[in-house]
Design a protein around this ligand. Structure first.
Ligand code: HEC
Length: 175
C-alpha cells in the first residue's frame, strides 16, 4: 500500500509551527509590541493578521495535498522491478488486465491465466530484446495464435491500443 513520505510531515509541521508563531505574535499586539498584549485595537491590523493566518493555514493544507497528489500520480507509473511506465504503457497495462490477463500469466499485471503461455517465460526468458518482445506481441495480437497450444483470437485490439499493450508487455515481461 501507499507509504506516506516523511517530507509530507515535514511540510505539515513547518506550516503549523509558522501558523502558531504568527498567531502568538498577533496576540501580543504585533512585532513592535507597541500595544500591550491582548489589546489589539486597530481593526485594519486585526484584519491583516486574520488574512495572514488564513493564508498560512491554506498553505498548510494545499502543500501536503499537492505532494500527496503528485506522489499518487507517480505511483501509477511504477511497475514491478522499479520499471517506470510512460502514459502509453500505463494504458497498455489497463487493456492487458481487461482482455489478456484471463489467458496469460504476467507478474507485472498480477495475472495468473493458464490458457495461453506464461508471458514472463515466453517473452521475458526467451526473447532477449525489448524490440523483439514488442514485435512478437504485436504479431500475436494481429494474427491470433493456433499453433497447437490452444486458441488465441486475432485482433482483440488494433492500432494504438495494440501498440500500447505491446509496449507494456515488452517492458515488463520477465520482471
Ligand atoms: C482466449 C485466451 C487468450 C486471450 C484472451 C489472449 N491470448 Fe495470447 N495466447 C493464447 C494461447 C492459447 C496462445 C498460444 C497459442 C499457440 O501458440 O498455439 C497465446 C499466445 C500468445 C503469445 C505468444 C505468441 C508466440 O508466438 O509465442 C503472446 C505474446 C500473446 N498470446 C499475447 C496476448 C496478448 C497481448 C493478449 C491480449 C490482447 C492475449 N494474448 C490474449 C490465448 C489467449
Amino acid at each position: 500500500m501507499y507509504r506516506a513520505d516523511p517530507m509530507i510531515y515535514g511540510f505539515l509541521i513547518f506550516w503549523v509551527v509558522l501558523g502558531l508563531a504568527v498567531f502568538f505574535v498577533a496576540m501580543r499586539g504585533g512585532p513592535r509590541g507597541a500595544r500591550g498584549p491582548l489589546h489589539t485595537e486597530s481593526k485594519a491590523g486585526q484584519r491583516a493578521v486574520m488574512v495572514v493566518v488564513a493564508v498560512v493555514f491554506a498553505f498548510g493544507l494545499i502543500v501536503p495535498a499537492l505532494v500527496l497528489a503528485f506522489n499518487g500520480a507517480n505511483k501509477a507509473s511504477v511497475a514491478v522491478g522499479g520499471i517506470h511506465l510512460n502514459a502509453e504503457q500505463q494504458h497498455g497495462r489497463v487493456l492487458f488486465s481487461e482482455s489478456c490477463a484471463v489467458c496469460h500469466t504476467l507478474a507485472a499485471s498480477n495475472s495468473e491465466g493458464h490458457v495461453g503461455p506464461n508471458l514472463d517465460v515466453r517473452l521475458g526468458s526467451q526473447i532477449p530484446t525489448e524490440a523483439g518482445r514488442k514485435a512478437l506481441v504485436l504479431s500475436a495480437i494481429a494474427e491470433g495464435r493456433a499453433r497447437g497450444l490452444g486458441q488465441m483470437p486475432a485482433l482483440l485490439y488494433q492500432g494504438k491500443d495494440a501498440e500500447s499493450i505491446a509496449d507494456f508487455v515488452a517492458a515488463v515481461a520477465g520482471h
